[in-house]
Every structure is written in structure tokens, then in C-alpha cells.
Design a binder for this molecule. Sequence first.
Ligand code: PLP
Length: 390
Amino acid sequence: MRTVYLDNNATTQPAPAVIEAMLPFFREHWGNPSSMHAFGGRVKKYVETARAQVAALIGAEPAEILFTSGGTESDNMAIRGAVEAFGGRAHVITSRVEHPAVLEPCRWLAGQGHALTEIDVDSEGQLNLAQLRGALGEGRCVASIMWANNETGVVFPIDEIAAMVKASGGVLHTDAVQAAGKLPIDVRRTPVDMLSLSGHKLHAPKGVGAVYIRKGAKVLPLMLGGHQEGGKRGGTENVPYIVGLGKACELALGRLAGEASATAALRDRLEAGLLRTCPDARVNGDRANRLPNTTNISFQYIEGESILYHLSDAGICASSGSACTSGSLEPSHVIRAMGVPFTAAHGSIRFSLSRYNTDGDIDHVLATLPGIVEKLRRMSPFVRAPAGGR
Ligand code: PLP
């Protein structure tokens, strides 16, 4: 059966060129980059090439990039490391719609006695900037506000947010795990202090990521151990994966504009087709400020999970909420924070595309999903309001 993979915000297919770039570091160059001997030591230059490739994707200096085990570690390191570096009570500010990799460390810090403010979003999933401005006045702050949302694709006005946080004297981290490789990022223009990215969201493998820490920003290490990564992140470097991440960043940078418009064209055709053929469907999130690859659509009066099972039977991979909240029948915290009505919240499905999707993929979904929706509606336990009454 044909597989149509539209769950790229959960994970992406490693690019063939990325796999090729990694293989020699399993077969031949498997030494430890910290070794004194030439066999190990020669591996170090490949780690440094990868560091420069990651830095280039976001306009950073190579020395401002640290390799980590992925987005979750990068988020934890930036947020906890910056708060610890304060050396006293901090005011942690985040948004209600962050990934758990940000929300959980922020809530943990609140449990340790730091103040925490979670900023609301509106019905479009956009950040309440007035609330953020108000919160910034209250003491020394570490803010963590995402670049783009993993569930809706909504892109926050990060330039404006960064200007506000910096004007208040605060420190700003941004989770750019979904933005990196999909949107242009230039930390020379956008004054964030720290930024997280993750390999498996941009066609590198799972289990590798990076955190950008602006020169001069104070962040204590999360992982204490050896002297690797300038003493800021102990642990022998995962060389093959680091090389893969570097290659993936190089590929993403070279293709950014063309890939974004091609992916957006497929996404828009999928979205328009579903809105036309499935009654009572609506898009969740600010359509004008969105990742090019993502659409989140609610099929009202039916359960998202039932839709996913039927799609899966037809070889189509999508998601409801984030991969982390899947498995629970509760609507995700993102959809709830946006105040999406109950009948729609339960039937929300995220389609997230990549460079590997084709017109044929979209045709397959458009030929399959309307029938699934119609069948499930016939069986729906929810009472449909009469036409015009909702
Ligand atoms: N942040 C966002 C916005 C994400 O979408 C994810 C993964 O879904 C993460 C962080 C966590 O990244 P990782 O899976 O590399 O730990």
C-alpha cells in the first residue's frame, strides 16, 4: 500500500545525502574527537564543519552553537541554564502554547520558587503582546517564546517580541525547532539570546540537535561532565549524527525559498480541497502567519482519533495534537488555549508536509478523506446543530 506521510512536524525522513554524509563516521572515522592521537583527532574537523553549517542556517557564529541530543535538551539547557545563571529568583515568562519541552522546565522552575507567567493566545493562536509587555515589567526575566507552533504552524512576531524583551532588560530564548529549515532565521537581525533546533525536524536523524547561545549570554551547563563543547555540554560528541545535522542544515539553507513555496502550494491545495469537499471543516490558526508546511483542520462533530485510524488504514499519516498528546482523547493544550469550540476541538487534525510530498500524495488524501468524514459523521455521537444554527 502506498504511504502518504503528512506528519513531518512529528519527524521527517532523513535525507539520502544526510545518510551518505553520516556513513563514513560509523565505518572509518569512528574515533573520539577528543583523543590525542591523529586517528581520533582528525574527526574533530568534521564536527567543526558541522558547527559552521548549523551556524550558517541561522546567521550565527560557529562558536555560538552547541550540539545537544535534540530539541528537548536544547530547550531545557537554555531555560534552566539561563535561570540558574541569574543566581537568584527569576521571572520566567512563556506562552500557553509552547511544546512540553519548554512548558515543563518552566513549570519545574516555578516549583523551585521562581515566578512564572504563561501568556495567552487569541482564537487565531497569536500571542497576546499586550500581556507580554505587562509581564516584562515584573522583575528580572527569562522569556521563552516559540518561533513557530508545532500544532498549528502559527508563526509569532519574533522580531517584535525580541525587541520588547531586550528593551525590558530580559533574556529571550526561542524554540525554533519547527521554524529552522522552513523559515529564514537570522540571529543578527532578530536579537534572541538563545535558540533551539532539532535534527529530526529537518531531515537529519532523531537524537541530535543544537542550541544557539549568543556570545556573552550567561547560561550554566545542564550536562556536567567532560570538557566537550567548551565545557558547556559534557559527553562524547555523537559525531555521525552531528555530521548529519550539519549536512541537513546545509541542504535546508540551499533550498529554503524554493522549498517553502513548493510545500506551501501543496499545503494550500490540500487545505482548499478539504474545505470544499468536507462540510463543517475549519482551519485552526492564523493563516496569514503560518509555517509553509502546516495546516490544522477541524472536522466538526467527529473525533480526530477516529479520522486518524481511518486515514492510517488508507496509508495516510497525519496527527491530532502533538505526537506527545496523541493517545489521549483530550484536545491538545494548544487548541484549548485558542478557545476552539468543543465540537471542533475534538476533530482537529494536523497535516504537515515536507520536500518529499508530491501532487499524487495530495490527490490521494483528497480522494480518501471526504468519504471517511462522511462515514464518521453518520456514526457521530455529537448532535449536529441544524443548518444556520451554529
Ligand atoms: N519543540 C517543538 C516546537 C517541537 O515540535 C518538538 C518536537 O516535536 C520539540 C521541541 C522537541 O524536540 P525533540 O523531539 O528533538 O526533543
